[in-house]
Design a binder for this molecule. Structure first.
Ligand SMILES: Cc1cc2nc3c(=O)[nH]c(=O)nc-3n(C[C@H](O)[C@H](O)[C@H](O)COP(=O)(O)OP(=O)(O)OC[C@H]3O[C@@H](n4cnc5c(N)ncnc54)[C@H](O)[C@@H]3O)c2cc1C
Length: 517
């Protein structure tokens, strides 16, 4: 007997739950007779994690796809533009030490690879610009505090590639409203008290405190760190990655702007500290700041002291919230008729804001591959698990890259991070190859890559990694490279004059709105 998939039950109403609900509902016309029926249950008392303010440019296509207006999003979610990350004090720890990982590809990339030319030039000229500044105009735009688009740019398009900084609490509420009002999601506010399996080991239904049983053909676990369905009920083990990534605590705080005209940085600032790093994200009405650190290397009190020093002793009255983190992920993400999305699938430190994008990618994949029947679900589950595991492994490699190139010696945290035993074999192999040529698309063979080769270039060369270019044939034909460097300089000059200040554009969007597409 064929068992069709007609109904989905999502447990959890954080960003993972509502984004997943929206992405699936938009594609599968939930709420209509022919569509999938989606129920989302969330507990009012448990609440959401309430952090997670940095996104990827993918969020633009996600919001567009689920039918959200960018103007409304700016008006409702305390949103600002993000054009990449500035990493301060990661290499030497000096106050002048910084590099950028912008969101735009280097000029001409991937057809033209400017890395060997820049490496040669910077080896011969002490005053050479940084790699990201030489190949991409976005660093200059960020340094000047400018927005990535004009008020005349339509919704979701820009002059420079961009993502967002957002208020996690407001965002979940905003997507919830949209899903209930426009996408036909049934919303149940209640606590799941038991997960009941059938004799095949699938989840039959979840029991709730007041609303009875909620059944489904497919269950999506968005219950946060607790992993109520996949981890607790189905017993899928957790793969601990804290031997590679040591961060296991966060002290998160919300800091008001000095006044309503204060500049809003158009990038995430990640400043390395003695035992971790501090994120600093500018929203419209406040900054989100947090120190993520390793409790094996320092105490919460000492970390608090470092955070207060960062905030220059101001805001002493504000008390940060401590969040425990275990770096790692579930061994598999889809078992039987249950798939985990969001923190229930795992979490790694937020260094490159990789959690929300993984939610978007996972929800997209579930939605695109939605099993028609229970019988085909195991094939899809296997594919989903392979792809998702690959993605986690690549995120781990990329995050670790930021640590192994540091030359900081001011604490055991940084020294331990360079211990070869803590570096995944896959990353060690890449580093061997990159001594003689820059990262390229051939180094990443999946079409499910998380980070493009250009991202590796920005981090490697930003952190002072040197390739051996003397025998590199690609470093010899300089004409096309010269043209590309000149083109970048021209774009830099043009857009640093034409783009508005980040806050000014945000204010204008709130007042006038962006042109709809
Ligand atoms: C310190 C920190 C910084 C971060 N920064 C970033 C960042 O910059 N960028 C980024 O992409 N990500 C970041 N993240 C990750 C991001 O916050 C999460 O991926 C995102 O918020 C999704 O969370 P979630 O929905 O999976 O879980 P949660 O927000 O915890 O939601 C869980 C939901 O499950 C519900 N629930 C739990 N148990 C039950 C039950 N028994 N019955 C009913 N409902 C239940 C809860 O009520 C809640 O609605 C950060 C995370 C941390 C910890």
């Amino acid at each position: 007997m064929v068992r069709p998939v007609r109904s989905i039950c999502i447990v959890g109403g954080g960003t993972a739950g509502w984004l997943t609900a929206g992405i699936i509902a938009a594609r599968h016309t939930s709420g209509s007779d022919a569509g999938l029926a989606i129920t989302l249950v969330e507990s009012e008392t448990i609440g959401i994690v309430g952090v997670g303010e940095g996104t990827w440019p993918t969020m633009r296509s996600t919001l567009k796809k689920i039918g959200v207006s960018e103007t409304d999003f700016f008006r409702e979610c305390n949103v600002s533009f993000k054009q990449g990350a500035k990493f301060a004090q990661w290499v030497t720890g000096d106050s002048s030490d910084y590099y950028y990982h912008p969101l735009m590809l280097p000029e001409g990339f991937p057809g033209l690879d400017l890395a060997p030319f820049w490496t040669k030039f910077s080896g011969e000229h002490a005053d050479a610009p940084s790699f990201s500044d030489a190949v991409c105009f976005q660093e200059a735009v960020c340094e000047l505090g400018l927005a990535p688009k004009l008020i005349t740019s339509p919704e979701y398009s820009g002059v420079a590639n961009y993502a967002y900084h957002l208020d996690a609490g407001r965002f979940a509420a905003f997507i919830r409203q949209h899903c209930i009002k426009n996408l036909g999601i049934r919303h149940v506010v209640d606590e799941v008290t038991a997960v009941v399996k059938n004799d095949r080991g699938d989840i039959d239904y979840v029991e709730t405190a007041r609303s009875g049983r909620l059944a489904g053909d497919l269950f999506i676990d968005c219950s946060g760190f607790r992993s109520l369905l996949l981890g607790e009920a189905l017993g899928v083990p957790f793969v601990d990655c804290s031997d590679v990534l040591f961060i296991d605590r966060a002290l998160a705080i919300q800091v008001p702007h000095d006044d309503e005209r204060s500049a809003i940085a158009p990038h995430t600032l990640a400043t390395a500290q003695k035992h971790g790093w501090i994120w600093d994200i500018g929203l419209q009405s406040r900054r989100g700041v947090g120190y993520v650190f390793s409790s094996k290397h320092t105490t919460t009190d000492a970390a608090l002291g470092e955070l207060r020093t960062y905030l220059r002793e101001r805001h002493r009255d504000l008390q940060p919230r401590e969040i425990k983190i275990t770096a790692g992920h579930r061994q598999t993400f889809w078992k039987g008729n249950c798939v985990a999305v969001g923190l229930s699938g795992g979490f790694l430190e937020p260094l490159e804001a990789s959690a929300l994008v993984l939610i978007e990618l996972s929800a997209d994949m579930i939605s695109a591959m939605m099993p028609a029947t229970r019988e085909t679900m195991d094939i899809i589950a296997r594919r989903f698990n392979e792809t998702t595991r690959y993605r986690w492994d690549r995120i781990i490699d990329f995050l670790k890259l930021h640590y192994i190139l540091s030359r900081r010696t001011d604490s055991k945290f940084w020294i331990d991070n360079r211990d070869p035993a803590s570096i995944p074999q896959s990353l060690r192999e890449q580093m061997e190859l990159w001594r003689y040529r820059a990262p390229g698309d051939h180094d990443f063979m999946s079409n499910c890559e998380m980070f493009p080769a250009a991202s590796y270039q920005y981090v490697l060369f930003g952190m002072g990694f040197r390739m051996d270019v003397d025998n590199m044939p690609s470093a010899r034909n300089t004409d096309s490279a010269r043209r590309a460097f000149r083109q970048n300089a021209a774009l830099k000059s043009k857009w640093t004059q034409a783009l508005p200040k980040n806050r000014d554009l945000i204010n204008k969007i709130k007042e006038l709105g962006l042109q709809k597409i």
